[in-house]
Design a protein around this ligand. Structure first.
Ligand code: ADP
Ligand code: MG
Length: 477
């Protein structure tokens, strides 16, 4: 029994140091087996859990073990505890139950101290709390949109107004819009934030007209500090509603109120919208959000799995990320199916299983192994030849193609060269070897280096990101 209490202390410490999801996913069930001189031995459910705990939390568990047993502890060890699920094993702790118990006590304390604080604006309920900026995974293709949202939350109505985000379905527009609304509510408790979709706005307007209380609707919107409108493309052909939005827009804009809008294409291309409304949308900043690259997709799957407290084997996550390339919503859908299956059968998803599944859903036609490698992943949209890409880079930077492919190490050549390599890697999914061959027989390592270098630069340099996006847009990749 003593072991049990020691383990409880240890786990309480762990909980205070790591994210809830990490705790629930990685610890699952754990037991304290014994102490061998300077080593604490823990029991885990399976070798899979053991490997993960070792890889992720070795140092942290060593630290908290030292706290509990003393400084003479110099190492820890994990073994598979075959008796862990026996009801008679009273030394094992189920982390889910343990976590709930430990939260009950803290929550009660919080509740007592919080009851005097009044809630924020009444419009709070309209924003979905599931979306936050912190659970949005940032990659090269959504970096700009994300940064713009962050800037807006720091200074609503003052930095980028309006903020217009556009991109294909399932790439995170709604997530970003709602997250931005949430964040503003959190930071500025008295601000009124309204989230609506174009469809809802139309319905609201039509109803108001019928009931002859358009004025009331206007009043309501006039009073808002942050207006978020999702999917404005659906306003097409609704001239009256557009007109109303135009008026509301002007009032809010003149009052320095923040407006955040999303659409499936750039304002210019919303040809079925009134030109004056379209042009308002362009007054502030317009950013596009693109399809995430392999690394970003992988990070998204891992984040979603963590949120759902589901442990996904690394190879399975990579396989999904390599094959489901078009749309984050689909990526999530595959993960959810896997979780459902796990809950029904109790089987940890295997690579073979998920390969079959994806084949059924026709994300992949190759047999396992061939489509697995990220460098061979699908998702190349409109196939262009690499010449097209190099021509576009050359035209954009005003440098001869020979200069881009050649050896000159001056900055004016280096950067376009890196951009060229980067686009061939990310948009054509060429191997580093192949890119090396195109670029005058450079070796694989130097191409890899250049691509990584550019990737880092893009994360820091917004202007460069604009430029690269402009090249991509120009040739539709
Ligand atoms: P859109 O509005 O552009 O059609 P959504 O915002 O509804 O797309 O995104 C679809 C799903 O994908 C949502 O569940 C969202 O949380 C998720 N998603 C998209 N992009 C990301 C990202 N970068 N990080 C985390 N989740 C994302
Ligand atoms: Mg949406």
């Amino acid at each position: 029994m003593e072991k049990y209490y020691k383990l409880k202390n240890i786990l309480s410490n762990v909980i205070s140091l790591i994210k809830k999801q990490d705790f629930l996913v990685y610890f699952r069930k754990i037991s304290l087996i014994e102490i061998q001189e300077n080593t604490v031995v823990y029991g885990t459910v399976s070798s899979f859990m053991k490997d993960n705990l070792e890889a992720k939390f070795y140092d942290l568990i060593l630290e908290v073990s030292k706290k509990e047993f003393g400084e003479h502890i110099t190492s820890i060890k994990f073994i598979v505890d075959n008796t862990i699920d026996n009801p008679s094993n009273t030394d094992a702790i189920d982390c889910q139950t343990f976590y709930k118990e430990s939260q009950k006590t803290t929550k009660q304390v919080e509740k007592q101290s919080r009851s005097s604080v009044t809630g924020g604006a009444k419009s709070k309920a309209t924003v979905n709390a599931r979306y936050s900026l912190s659970n949005f995974i940032v990659g090269a293709d959504n970096q700009l949109a994300f940064s713009a949202c962050e800037a807006v939350t720091r200074n609503p109505g003052r930095s980028y107004n309006p903020l217009y985000i556009y991109g294909d379905v399932g790439l995170g527009k709604t997530h970003l819009l709602q997250a931005t609304g949430n964040e503003i509510l959190k930071k500025f408790k008295d601000k009124k934030v309204a989230y609506t979709t174009a469809d809802k706005f139309i319905t609201e307007y039509v109803t108001a007209v019928k009931k002859r209380n358009v004025e009331r609707m206007r009043e309501k919107f006039r009073d808002i500090d942050v207006l978020v409108i999702d999917d404005v493309q659906f306003l097409s052909k609704k001239e009256q509603t557009q007109n109303e939005l135009y008026n509301i827009f002007n009032i809010l804009y003149d009052g320095n109120k923040q407006i955040i809008i999303s659409g499936d294409r750039a304002p210019k291309e919303l040809t079925e919208l009134e030109p004056r409304l379209r042009s308002r949308f362009e007054w502030g900043i317009t950013v596009d959000i693109g399809k995430p690259d392999f690394e970003t997709r992988l990070a998204i799957i891992q984040e979603k799995a963590r949120e759902k407290e589901f442990m996904i084997p690394q190879d399975v996550a990579e396989f999904i990320a390599a094959n489901v390339t078009e749309n984050v919503r689909e990526l999530e859908g595959v993960l959810n199916q896997m979780i459902a299956e796990y809950e029904l059968t109790g089987n940890t998803p295997s690579l073979t299983r998920i390969a079959e599944k994806l084949q059924k859903l026709s994300f992949t036609t190759d047999i396992l192994g061939e489509s697995r490698s990220p460098s061979r992943m699908r998702g190349v949209t409109s196939i262009k030849s690499y010449e097209d890409i190099l021509d576009a880079v050359s035209a954009h930077f005003g440098i001869e193609k020979e200069g881009i492919l050649g050896e000159n190490r001056k900055k004016e050549f280096m950067l376009p060269r890196q951009v060229g390599m980067f686009l061939l890697k990310t948009k054509m999914n060429y191997t580093y070897e192949r890119i090396g061959n195109i670029f005058n027989g450079r070796n694989h390592a130097s191409v890899l280096y250049s691509c990584n270098k550019l990737n880092k630069l893009l994360k820091k340099d917004k202007n460069l990101l604009y430029e690269v996006n402009a090249i991509k847009d120009g040739i539709g990749i």
